[in-house]
Design a protein around this ligand. Structure first.
Ligand SMILES: [Zn+2]
Length: 369
């Protein structure tokens, strides 16, 4: 993975194992299914971190990010553009907004004109118009579910490829704002429970629309900081849920987005507002499969989704503005990722420069207003 030129901060050391132990969850005498699960996960995480603390004594460059193994595991993927615009999960699959988002991000990451030109922008815009709802929200696929992922995926691909028009996102920011819950995070659709993945989608989508200042930022920050688990160091997705590696990105990437909105309000953030060292400990010590690939939590299987988002979360934890904070071997350093798109910032810039020189297609109110 290509590295950015950044100012290197002091190398991070593992938290003391005694300190970690003290952070065990206290059930206050009330044993529930959730408290038992929490204790079980803490035990598994603690064992991993304890084991790591012993191995560090003989090999001080640990924990090591298994870069080559993860690359081999991740490079095997397929994608397919539908003749009606949008991409499916595989050849012949129904076009779907999540697969479309993944395909556009993969092509932008390849970063060549050949890759960019695979995207049929005219058809892609028609596809988005077909999924748009009168209230400004988007379905994930034709006749599919409507939730905040749809809005984020639609706005991310449209803004990257320069097909976003005012009409296409009319009413969208109002709909997103209506998804912010009493807890401060965002839910999948109005009236549901705040969730890390949905909060990321809502916040990123608002920032694409330059409407981030309209959400309740303080409540969002309070909710997000409280999702980091005390013992484990990783994030949970919702209140009272278990730690999960993928939220390293969904919750973690909300922080740089929040910092940028705070800066607009005149607050300068001087360091990460979550414990970046504890998050790196969890990822490197508990989420790596020894043969490559990453996982949700100890005891779970590795998969591509968790490999991608846990690594992205590791990148967020390592980078703060222009500073680097690396736990373990300095070769663990990952490239910086753009917190809105989860693509390297230089690739985002390059793609935007390319597509912004092309005319915006105007399917207008083609299929749905
Ligand atoms: Zn997960």
């Amino acid at each position: 993975m290509v590295k950015a030129r950044r100012r290197m901060g002091e190398p991070l050391r593992l938290r003391s194992i005694e300190e970690i132990k003290k952070r065990r969850y206290r059930d206050e005498g009330v044993v529930t299914v959730t408290s038992l699960e929490q204790a079980e996960v803490e035990e598994a995480v603690y064992k991993k971190l304890y084991d790591l603390s012993l191995r560090i004594k003989v090999n001080p460059v640990l924990p090591e990010l298994l870069q080559e193994s993860h690359k081999c595991y991740l490079l095997d993927f397929t994608k397919c553009q539908s003749p009606t615009g949008g991409f499916g999960g595989g050849p012949g699959h129904l076009p779907h907004l999540a697969a479309t988002y993944a395909a556009v991000n993969a092509l932008v990451t390849l970063g060549t004109e050949e890759a960019y030109n695979i995207i049929d922008r005219e058809k892609l815009q028609q596809f988005l118009w077909g999924l748009r709802q009168p209230d400004g929200s988007f379905c994930m696929h034709c006749d599919g579910e409507i939730d905040i992922r749809g809005v984020y995926c639609a706005l991310a691909v449209a803004s990257l490829t320069n097909i976003l028009t005012e009409e296409l996102c009319r009413g969208t920011f109002e709909w997103i704002i209506s998804c912010q819950t009493y807890e401060g995070g965002f839910s999948g659709c109005p009236g549901m429970e705040a969730h890390g993945g949905y909060a990321f989608c809502g916040l990123s989508a608002l920032i694409i629309l330059r409407k981030g200042h309209l959400c309740d930022l303080q409540a969002l920050l309070r909710w997000t900081v409280n999702r980091q688990m005390k013992l484990e160091g990783g994030f949970q997705g919702r209140t009272n849920k278990l730690v999960d590696g993928c939220y390293s990105f969904w919750q973690g990437a909300a922080f740089p987005l929040i910092y940028s909105l705070m800066a607009e309000e005149g607050y300068e953030v001087k360091q990460h507002l979550f414990d970046a060292r504890a998050l790196q400990e969890y990822i490197l010590g508990c989420c790596q499969h020894p043969q490559g690939g990453l996982l949700d939590k100890p005891g779970k299987h590795r998969d591509i989704y968790h490999s991608s988002y846990t690594l992205s979360g590791l990148s967020v934890a390592q980078h703060f503005k222009n500073e680097l904070q690396i736990l373990g071997d300095q070769d663990n350093e990952l490239a910086c990722t753009h917190p809105v798109y989860n693509i390297r910032p230089d690739f985002v810039r390059k793609a935007m420069i390319y597509f912004n020189n092309l005319e915006i297609p105007n399917n207008g109110n083609a299929t749905n207003t």
